[in-house]
Write a protein of this length. Structure first.
Length: 250
């Protein structure tokens, strides 16, 4: 069995004079939780758009499960949680999940989706009455509805407080524990360090580092002149800035 879930090969994506992706190679295997890390403008969102078939590479190729991304998405093998995803505000959580389930040939059971997303006790609540963290989990539930083998999440914890962020990642852990593959973008090095088993760092549309969290942490700490074993979150973020402004691939 081919365990390759995501494969980007030499992907270039240009927006006028701006090269958002400059020859990105990326392979992700089944069961991985991979964080795409980088500053604003690094190419994270563009990489996700290409991965999902929402943007066509100007050069290079993208495939999910060995086939064109749009085919895998239509088959329900991919769930996505994007920054600009919106809902009908007066719908309930359960209604939105039922709508999402109707789009796919083999959806998960509604109660399972609610439980995985940590929304069982919010099923009858209207979306416009959810907290920011609960609304993000509703988007996560929508992405889960088709029973996807791959979840792609673009900045999923934006605007969440600490408690909401932890609840969200608890929900994500429940999905990953069932063998799902997760790709998520984030600005938070500490978040990637805690929840990913692999971190891919983008800067200037290129992959500048790709390794396990402890290796990325050590590299970033070295660049920031700090010891990787005991750096504070603030020091680690500062070290990450140093890593993403060198332009050197690792």
């Amino acid at each position: 069995m081919n365990d390759t879930v995501v494969r980007l090969t030499g992907v270039v994506r240009q927006f006028g004079a701006v090269r958002a992706l400059a020859g990105v190679d990326l392979t992700i295997t089944r069961g991985s939780t991979v964080a795409l890390l980088g500053p604003n403008g690094a190419g994270k969102t563009t990489a996700i758009s290409v991965m999902l078939g929402l943007a066509t590479p100007d050069a290079g190729t993208a495939a999910l499960f060995g086939e064109p991304p749009t085919r895998a998405v239509r088959a329900g093998r991919v769930g996505a949680m994007l920054q600009d995803g919106g809902f009908v505000s007066n719908a309930t959580v359960r209604e939105v999940i039922e709508l999402a389930r109707a789009l796919y040939p083999r959806p998960l059971a509604t109660d399972r989706i609610l439980a995985t997303a940590g929304l069982t006790d919010r099923a009858t609540r209207r979306l416009d009455r959810l907290s920011g963290g609960e609304l993000q989990r509703a988007r996560f539930a929508f992405a889960l509805a088709g029973g996807p083998d791959l979840l792609v999440l673009d900045e999923p914890t934006t605007a969440m407080d600490v408690a909401a962020r932890q609840a969200f990642w608890d929900a994500m852990d429940r999905y990953a524990a069932d063998g799902g593959t997760v790709v998520f973008s984030t600005h938070h090095l500490t978040e990637a360090d805690q929840f990913a088993d692999r971190i891919v760092v983008l800067a200037g549309g290129r992959v500048v580092a790709d390794a396990a969290p402890e290796q990325i942490r050590a590299l970033a700490a070295t660049r920031g002149d700090a010891r990787s074993s005991d750096v504070t979150a603030a020091q680690l973020e500062a070290a990450f800035v140093a890593l993403t402004t060198t332009g050197t691939e690792h």
